[in-house]
Write a protein that binds this ligand. Structure first.
Ligand SMILES: Cc1cc2nc3c(=O)[nH]c(=O)nc-3n(C[C@H](O)[C@H](O)[C@H](O)COP(=O)(O)OP(=O)(O)OC[C@H]3O[C@@H](n4cnc5c(N)ncnc54)[C@H](O)[C@@H]3O)c2cc1C
Length: 557
């Protein structure tokens, strides 16, 4: 939407003296904070508003759902998956948190994702952009598949080479079933395949086919190889039975293999992998203790996952770090650890853990899972730009002539980040192949609407909706059962109506009601954010319209 349907006259001339009107309104669409918080810059306000305003927009419920889902899948082909696992930074930016509580955006995304799977909606294609080039992708994780989707929907022929026997990357082999059922992932991957994306499983580049061969075969390549290799701790006693890295252990569990853990497991680390490993070990019947060398504040894991782990009986020892493992006849017996305190911030900005001399203590353990970090396995890609084993990319993910890379192989991140990097690389490559204007970085530089610009009192206070969840004892009794449910349709619709529509008109009609000069005219054909025209001839410059606009869309200048 343009700034205003009428350009401002910039003031009037009177008796030779120029008077600048103080309260001349204009319609200015601004960026919503949820969108600013989303790594993918998704138009969250747009898709929520499409459902919330469906009656005003003349849409049936189903039409609104479909339109909203298409807005999501324009940038992310995995709404059902991300609706389950995204740490949803969008919600922590929501202006509604200044009124009652932020919108349950993640739960709404999941509802729409599940609905689209149920009704069998195909992913949206982009007509008329096709090129003859054959594009190769290495790695069928979220990043590679996001890239493949964005190229395939533009009409390119795409082949994805995946080393393992199934697609999904860490979404399948890292995140446990109780958080992300494999059927949900399968449905969203299959939908990408239905666009014509060819998946060559059990084809590892560097092992089964060389990078050189793929360079000859394809017009361009995208490397989404992730960071699959778990890192050990490097402490004495680590080599031998009873020790796994977090990703090794979770991959075994997710493949349905039984892992002999014994009665007491120590998990080392404070990220998502550590929490998932601890909860999976707990479901296998072990007593589980997590050791993390910093405090809870610095824990990178998703906060509610940590809460869930504690509810399930996982013990947390903070400010503690392993020193050595002791074995008896080869079997693990004891983990010796020491207490830490926090010193000055390190390069990551988190306070550095410093050992406290003489603070060693012992934990009896039958197994240890080291979930401290992962790194890419770059064998086969050694000639490409890298920094300490991580790919180094330039604009749009370019790493070489016709080669792009993204996702965890650039640095450990979240699935949403891997998806946006795949999308950006695809858009950049497409622009290059078709000689189009270069694609800018994915960010929006519109003005952001803060809580001060929202009239909170316009909206009654209402808590967000919550999905049903399994009780901790039920979770342990059914280790694969999904912990959180999907919100109901009724809850979904109720939640969409909590959106403030920050910075975009939602047709509340306040401006029209308060304008005594008739400057606002309702449009016959409305659209999201577009309900009224504004004509300023009769404007008395009282400023009332902007004063009563609850979403910060009207401005006076
Ligand atoms: C245990 C765990 C829990 C997580 N929880 C969350 C969460 O709750 N929310 C969230 O947003 N993120 C989470 N993450 C992070 C998220 O999963 C990753 O950021 C994301 O999967 C990275 O995507 P990617 O496509 O870059 O890499 P990956 O998902 O790792 O996929 C890489 C793919 O490339 C394949 N591959 C690698 N090398 C080759 C080769 N040489 N040839 C062919 N194929 C190859 C791999 O087999 C794999 O399929 C979690 C990660 C882990 C490990």
């Amino acid at each position: 939407m343009s700034d205003s349907t009428l350009p401002s006259t910039g003031g009037s001339e009177f008796g030779g003296q120029r008077l600048t009107p103080a309260y001349r309104p204009s319609q200015v669409e601004k960026q919503a904070p949820c969108q600013a918080g989303c790594p993918n810059c998704g138009d969250i306000r747009g898709w929520i508003g499409t459902v919330a305003q469906r009656d005003k927009l003349g849409l049936s419920k189903e039409q609104a759902y479909e339109r909203a889902w298409r807005m999501i899948t324009d940038v992310n082909p995995f709404p059902s998956v991300l609706g389950r696992v995204c740490p949803h930074p969008c919600e922590s930016h929501c202006n509604r948190s200044e009124h009652d509580e932020p919108l349950a955006i993640n739960a709404m995304e999941r509802f729409l994702g599940d609905w689209a799977i149920d009704v069998g909606l195909p992913l949206p294609v982009i007509d008329g952009e096709a090129g003859p080039e054959w594009i190769g992708v290495v790695g069928a994780g979220p990043s590679g598949l996001s890239f493949a989707y964005q190229m395939a929907r533009r009409g390119y022929r795409v082949t994805v080479y995946e080393g393992r026997d199934k697609a999904g990357g860490m979404l399948r082999f890292g995140i446990p079933d109780y958080r992300l059922p494999p059927g949900v992932l399968d449905a969203e991957v299959e939908r990408i395949q239905r666009l014509g994306v060819e998946l060559q499983l059990e084809t590892a580049v560097g092992r089964d086919v060389s990078l050189e061969e793929l360079k000859k075969r394809h017009a361009a390549l995208y490397l989404g190889i992730g960071a699959q290799a778990g890192r050990g701790l490097g402490i004495p006693g680590e080599d031998g039975p009873g020790v796994w890295t977090g990703t090794e252990f979770l991959s075994l569990v997710n493949c349905g293999e039984s892992v002999e853990l014994g009665p007491s497991v120590a998990v080392i680390g404070g990220g998502n992998t550590a929490i998932d490993a601890a909860r999976a070990a707990r479901r296998a019947g072990a007593d589980v203790t997590i050791l993390y060398r910093r405090s809870r504040t610095e824990m990178p894991a998703i906060e509610h996952e940590v809460e869930d782990a504690i509810e399930e009986g996982v013990e947390l020892i903070l400010l503690a770090s392993p020193v050595r493992l002791e074995r008896q006849d080869g079997a693990l017996r004891t983990l010796v650890a020491q207490r830490m305190e926090l010193g000055e911030p390190d390069d990551s900005g988190r306070r550095r853990p410093v050992p406290i001399p003489g603070s060693e203590f012992e934990l009896p353990v039958s197994a240890m899972i080291a979930a401290v970090s992962q790194a890419p396995d770059i064998s086969g890609f050694e000639d490409l730009d890298q920094d300490g084993g991580w790919f180094l990319t330039g604009n749009g993910g370019a790493i070489g002539d016709g080669i792009f890379a993204g996702g965890d192989a650039l640095g450990l991140g979240i699935a949403g980040m891997a998806i946006v990097q795949g999308r950006h690389a695809a858009e950049t490559l497409h622009a290059r192949l078709r000689g189009l204007e270069a694609v800018p970085a994915i960010e929006i530089d519109r003005q952001l609407v803060g809580p001060d610009e929202i009239i909170m009192e316009f909206h009654e206070k209402r808590p967000p909706v919550y999905a049903e969840r399994l009780a901790p004892e039920e979770r342990l009794a059914q280790p694969l059962a999904e912990v959180s449910g999907t919100i109901t349709e009724e809850q979904f619709l109720e939640e969409t109506s909590r959106c403030f529509s920050c910075g975009s008109c939602f047709g509340c009609e306040q401006c029209e009601m308060f304008c005594t000069s008739g400057c606002f005219t309702k449009l016959e054909e409305v659209g999201p954010g577009v309900y009224f025209t504004l004509t300023l001839e009769q404007c008395q410059e009282c400023g009332k319209c902007a004063e009563v606009c609850p979403c910060g869309f009207l401005e006076v200048n």
